[in-house]
Design a protein around this ligand. Sequence first.
Ligand SMILES: Cc1cc2nc3c(=O)[nH]c(=O)nc-3n(C[C@H](O)[C@H](O)[C@H](O)COP(=O)(O)OP(=O)(O)OC[C@H]3O[C@@H](n4cnc5c(N)ncnc54)[C@H](O)[C@@H]3O)c2cc1C
Length: 303
Amino acid sequence: MIGGETGDWDVPVGGMGAVTSALEDAARSAGATLIAGADVAAVTPHGEVRYRHRDGECVIQATTILANVAPHVLAHLLGEVEGERPEGAQVKVNLLLQRLPRLRDSAIDPAAAFGGTFHINESYSQLEAAHRAASAGELPSPLPAEIYCHSLTDPSILSPELVASGAHTLTVFGLHTPNQLVSPQNNDAMRELLTRAVLDSLNSVLAEPIEPLLMTDAAGRPCLETKTTLDLDKALHLPGGNIFHGELSWPFAEDGDALSRPAERWGVATAHDRILLCGAGARRGGGVSGIGGHNAAMAVLEG
Ligand SMILES: Cc1cc2nc3c(=O)[nH]c(=O)nc-3n(C[C@H](O)[C@H](O)[C@H](O)COP(=O)(O)OP(=O)(O)OC[C@H]3O[C@@H](n4cnc5c(N)ncnc54)[C@H](O)[C@@H]3O)c2cc1C
């Protein structure tokens, strides 16, 4: 829907890193100082930011802080009561294949089928049953899943040699796997279970099992990567592994919402004048849209 309501899959040529690099170039040429690899430990309503960088503790004082972290994480950094923790309910499996698999329905060309969003075990009744199972604390079977083949849309994400060999990437999103199923104690075992559930779901629509098509790395391990909600929480501070930083909300202001400050009108306000949200957790943010960042910048310019 964000991509122009056409249903087209829009991917940045060169991968997401190309977007980040373009933003970095634009920021540097506008005179920004960028510090990467810094872990913010605390912020105050007065604009103080404490962070760790290369084993050192640093403090800077800001006029305005644009916070790209999830609102739940921001509350933690401010030392505030954090409220209910958001929860994600998905598992992501990335695969590198020697070639696209053959489909059970031989009338369909795999390149056409994998060229858009490929829905697996996602009929209404299957989603209903999966939701019921997940709500009861069980892993749904079959697991509803969606596949995207980014290398069909943008071959530049692979080396020319891999493209020439016919290799492809598949990324599978398994649904209805609530974060409650995963804990620090069982995360490794759950990653195995979830990987199996995703591969079984995928294999149910294929004319051949996917496993033998996996490429192997230099150490002979299959090129397969699974990220649980807990993995995302640990690596990216996505609370509860919620990929959107929290529940999505309607983009418009509600009747009676305070709208006197620019930050309120742009949907980036927090309880503190100096601190604005600029990420997916902003009122009109979410997904790879950049809307939160744009709106926070507009609020600063208007303020
Ligand atoms: C597996 C997966 C698949 C997705 N698929 C899609 C998709 O197909 N389409 C789509 O539109 N969206 C998708 N999303 C959602 C999309 O990625 C997010 O909505 C988007 O990245 C949010 O961007 P952001 O810049 O607001 O925040 P993020 O990209 O989450 O960036 C926040 C950054 O803040 C850092 N951070 C957090 N806490 C601290 C701290 N204390 N100190 C320093 N740094 C900190 C994090 O490490 C992270 O780099 C997906 C997300 C995931 C995880």
